[in-house]
Design a binder for this molecule. Sequence first.
Ligand code: NDP
Ligand code: 2IT
Length: 442
Amino acid sequence: MSYIQQVRDTVAARNVGQPEFMQAVDEVLTTIAPIVESDAVYKNNAILERITEPDRQIMFRVPWTDDNGNIRVNRGYRVQFNNAIGPYKGGLRLHPSVNLSIIKFLSFEQIFKNSLTGLPIGGGKGGSDFDPKGKSEREIREFCQSFMTELARHIGADVDVPAGDIGVSGREIGYMFGQYKRLTNVYEGVLTGKGLPYGGSLARTEATGFGLVYIVQNMLETIGDGFKGKTVAISGAGNVAIYAAQKATELGGKVVTMSDSNGWIYDKNGINLQVIKDIKEIKRGRIKEYTDRVNGAEYHTDDNVWQTKCDIALPCATQNELTLADAKTLIKNGVIAVGEGANMPSTTEAINAFQAAHVLFMPAKAANAGGVAVSALEMSQNSQRLSWSFDKVDDKLKYIMRDIFDKAASAAKQYATPADYVAGANIAGFLKVAQAMIAQGV
Ligand code: NDP
Ligand code: 2IT
């Protein structure tokens, strides 16, 4: 049995009932095989056994009281996966679907994504099965404070620096930052995605969506193309989706779909983002309201956005939201490029179908790395006690996305198949972390 297969079987036996985590591990192990099999140094140092086992997994009780005075209990998580190249870094997700498998897959992916950014950040992720939907401002604040009361003892500006993810935006980061400061009496860049008045970075809000569009544009340029004149389907209507839609539109694309967990909208004239921002960022409403405000727009609850004919597809909602059947529909409708704004939004079978059909495909670890990259720039600004202009951060983001593209493209060419950015991103991300782990001993 090959070393890779042996490790894969051990990881599967040790993590029973964690399908998302195994999906992420399988993809990485399969694609880095050429590297690992070409040099005994990885096996001799047990790099695969080590890189698939988190440094530590923290699970804790989060008690809070609702507006009716009932005591409620959620489960909190922080999985600190790997700090070979920097402090653990990665978001916090608040969603009822959160479990250990989901946090572990996200944390594992973060190792390679963060490595690709070229910045000194390790891999971590956390969150809770708390459902922010329909909660009052007071309930959100109390939950965040209770969550941080335990999390605070495990994090720090040079230890582990959480940020936002699904259900966690500037509001939640603010409450958590305030509680960390009260508990520790330390004013430090312990969280990123902070508000601008207290250490947040300009362009962090935009970074993931903008970065996604920058790297997809880089990928399209390899075939002499770009966003201009293209029809773009986007899923989700949260932080990543909104700023991906904004940049895609700025580059001349027409975004015709967005969605939330209840349904999706189609606007043949191109989505009006001011309306979306008002519904989602200000009123925290449902996407259905778009049709009340924009003439001619359609709202659907059957099927999903991938039924729409488009040139470019940007899944920006959640894991496994784009299946083999969706991929086949997109391919049949002539899709040219797919860029993953969400983490692991395409199933393994969907990715295989895109690659077999020679659709340009940029995987999440590369495609959505702009968010965490600007988080790392926020850490730099906090350490320097400076704040940079929007344009300075945005320029750095563009450069970083181009660099990630180059690294993934050249690793694909050298070790796998040209334009296989899945393999390229995994290999390039892995090499740096593996070298650091070997250098630092067992
Ligand atoms: P938000 O909470 O801002 O938005 C999430 C969006 O996706 C909402 O429209 C939400 O709809 C929808 N969604 C979430 N879960 C589901 C689900 N189970 N089924 C259907 N729709 C769902 O999150 P973000 O935009 O920050 O995150 C989106 C994706 O991008 C996630 O995969 C995240 O891990 C990834 N990502 C985020 C980064 C960031 O900087 N924020 C960085 C890199 C990746 P509803 O409101 O109805 O729940
Ligand atoms: O998945 C991700 O990269 C994020 N949610 C952002 C993490 C961060 O630390 O900014």
